[in-house]
Design a protein around this ligand. Structure first.
Ligand code: C5P
Length: 417
């Protein structure tokens, strides 16, 4: 199942490290090639010699080893793999990864890799439940970290609860799932805009809005997960860049438009950014001073409409252009009119009235409008909206694996039997 796959296994310090020779044996049994890196703490629980014997390669431990660096530089070690597996992933290593620390070989490789990372956490249950660990994990998952386990059970320290490393066969299954996951958008290019824009008034002040970027970032991640090559153009947000996505940071609508133009041609564009409709007509070069006279008048000019421009981009028009319509009343009617006006293919309309809690919040209720009519989605998380949208895009661009097309028939067959 894993024939020809190259895995980098990072073993961090924890009692569960004693299971890693078995894990390596099973991964190799499925045909994978496994290179092993250990933290100094891991070497207290399992010997480098055991892991070298079962992996068939020398084990790397030292960030500053001249011999290792001459043989295979640490950046190369992190890039030569198809997938990085961290097992066991200690609370310490997860914290380092969440905060970008790189003070040993394992954490440096994790920071330097351009590959996806699958972690099997293992730690004492109180460490697992600690808000610091859970915060780190949430942050890492938002960046695309894949996680297997931990299991619940009796721990080495005698306590009972979640924190045991997933069993080696479950880790092998998660690795197989990773490689077998359908990638219906492989070979396609996607452009996503996200977040607010900041329109400068003077060097210290700007016009902005309450968009968090959560929806757009989740869409970029969901498209990348399905194999698309994604460019995310984002205004200023408090979110980490999604993993596996080329993220371009901009401030103003003009900069966002320019970055989007540069990303063309693409197969699909999703405009989820809350672009400011207006900008200050003149930007003061110096901070505008309060001088005791009447307050300055703010003269506004209209910003370029990125969605409308992409929809009318002539030969460079993406095959599928999708916009959002944030409305506070008559949501469906306003969105239908907006779809016509802007010339996009689909509009995802959402209610952003203050009562809805949508702007900046975790959930969204969508009415999708396309040429065929409207589709009402239940109130679900922004991540689920992203998944559903990505699946619909894959189906429309007809890159859905044949098996998925056949699903309804199979179900019908099953019902008839
Ligand atoms: O006109 P309105 O801002 O309501 O339209 C919302 C949709 O248009 C969103 O998809 C948003 O990303 C896009 N938009 C844009 N450029 C603008 C204004 C809105 O791309 N200047």
């Amino acid at each position: 199942m894993l024939s020809g796959k190259r895995l980098l296994l990072i073993v961090s310090g924890g009692i569960a490290a004693y299971k890693t020779p078995d894990l390596v044996r099973r991964l190799r049994g499925q045909g994978a090639e496994v290179r092993v890196v250990m933290t100094p703490a891991a070497a207290e629980f399992v010997t480098p010699l055991s892991l070298a014997s079962v992996s068939g390669h020398r084990v790397y431990q030292d960030l500053f080893s001249l011999t290792d660096e001459a043989e295979m530089g640490h950046i190369e070690l992190s890039r030569a793999a198809d997938l990085v597996v961290v097992a066991p992933a200690s609370a310490d290593l997860l914290a380092k990864l969440a905060h970008g620390l790189a003070n040993d070989l394992a954490s440096t490789l994790l920071l330097a890799t351009d590959k996806e990372v699958l972690a099997a956490p293992a730690m004492n249950l109180r460490m697992w439940q600690h808000p610091a660990t859970q915060d780190n994990l949430a942050r890492l998952k938002a960046r695309g970290l894949q996680v297997v386990g931990p299991d619940e059970g009796e721990m080495a320290c005698g306590e009972y609860g979640p924190g045991r490393m997933a069993e080696p066969d479950a880790i092998v299954a998660a690795v197989e799932d990773y490689f077998n996951a359908p990638r219906p958008l492989a070979g396609l290019k996607a452009l996503v805009t996200s977040g607010p824009t900041h329109e400068p008034i003077d060097p210290v002040r700007y016009i902005a809005n309450r968009s968090s970027g959560r929806q757009g970032h989740a869409i970029a991640a969901a498209l990348a997960h399905r194999g698309a090559a994604v460019t995310l153009v984002t205004g200023p947000v408090q979110l980490p860049d999604p993993q596996g996505v080329q993220t371009l940071h901009v401030e103003s609508a003009d900069e966002m438009l320019q970055a989007c133009r540069n990303a063309l041609p693409v197969d699909v564009a999703v405009c989820a950014a809350a672009v400011s409709d207006w900008r200050a007509s003149e930007q003061a070069e110096q901070k505008i001073k309060k001088d005791g006279t009447s307050p300055p008048a703010l003269q506004l000019s209209e910003n370029p409409d990125i969605l409308a421009q992409l929809s009318k981009a002539g030969t460079e028009r993406p095959g599928l252009v999708i916009g959002f319509a944030a409305e506070t009343r008559d949501v469906a009617a306003q969105a239908t009119a907006k779809r016509e006006r802007k010339g996009c293919d689909w509009i995802l309309a959402n209610d952003v009235s203050a009562e809805s809690g949508t702007f900046g919040g975790p959930d969204n209720s969508i009415i999708l409008i396309d040429a065929a009519g409207r589709e009402d989605w239940p109130r679900i998380s922004k991540e689920e909206v992203a998944e559903r949208l990505a699946a619909r895009i894959a189906q429309t661009l007809d890159r859905t694996p044949v098996e998925e097309h056949r699903m309804p028939d199979r179900l019908q067959d099953g019902q008839q039997q």
